[in-house]
Write a protein that binds this ligand. Structure first.
Ligand SMILES: Cc1cc2nc3c(=O)[nH]c(=O)nc-3n(C[C@H](O)[C@H](O)[C@H](O)COP(=O)(O)O)c2cc1C
Length: 168
């Protein structure tokens, strides 16, 4: 238990500079994209990246049912994509929320408009209570040729993290 107020915890935690991406998940015929900021590399060899995923999310369900997931990063000029993916996405053939996707041979979606994407094989899973840490090993990735900078949380007015608020 912390001795500081929820507000103090939130204000301090929200100051942590965060990346921003969309986690692509899929299992059988269900697919999702989810705006996420808890994304970080945690090892070099093997190359491991960890993501923190809400236990109540559709993404958590799909990631627990599959051995693979993707991380998609977008241009600083295209932050509106993150607004579209902060609730469960609508899947139609070749699209999630009208964003074009390509399914990998491991049946997880890569976003065609991403400037950088990673496909990861699930390596470790640890449930911490509200969120589960998924550690994935990079099995494929691509960076599009462009001078555009990748968007991060500070490019938007969005916030995520701190202590649970309502539905968190
Ligand atoms: C800026 C921003 C960052 C977010 N980061 C995360 C995150 O790192 N992990 C997470 O579980 N949810 C995060 N969320 C919340 C999810 O995007 C949202 O709850 C979600 O779409 C629910 O997941 P689902 O579509 O898989 O059900 C974030 C939301 C926003 C707006």
């Amino acid at each position: 238990m912390s001795k500081v107020s929820d507000e103090e915890l939130n204000v301090a935690t929200w100051k942590i500079p965060s990346p921003l991406g969309i986690i692509g998940s899929g299992s059988k015929n269900s697919y999702n994209g989810m705006t996420a900021s808890w994304i970080t590399q945690i090892n070099m060899n093997p190359l491991l990246i960890a993501v923190g995923i809400d236990n109540k999310s559709v993404t958590h369900k799909l990631m627990s049912d599959s051995d693979y997931f993707t991380i998609n990063l977008f241009s600083e000029k295209y932050t509106k994509v993150f607004v579209k993916f902060s609730k469960p996405a609508v899947h139609t053939e070749g699209f999630l929320n009208k964003e074009p996707i390509t399914l990998t041979e491991n049946n997880v979606p890569i976003f065609d408009n991403a400037l950088v994407w990673f496909e990861l094989r699930k390596k470790n899973v640890h449930d911490y209570g509200t969120h589960t840490l998924y550690v994935g090993e990079v099995v494929d990735c691509k960076t599009m040729e462009t001078d555009e900078r990748i968007a991060y949380m500070g490019d938007t007015r969005m916030k995520y993290g701190g202590v649970p608020r309502g539905g968190h």
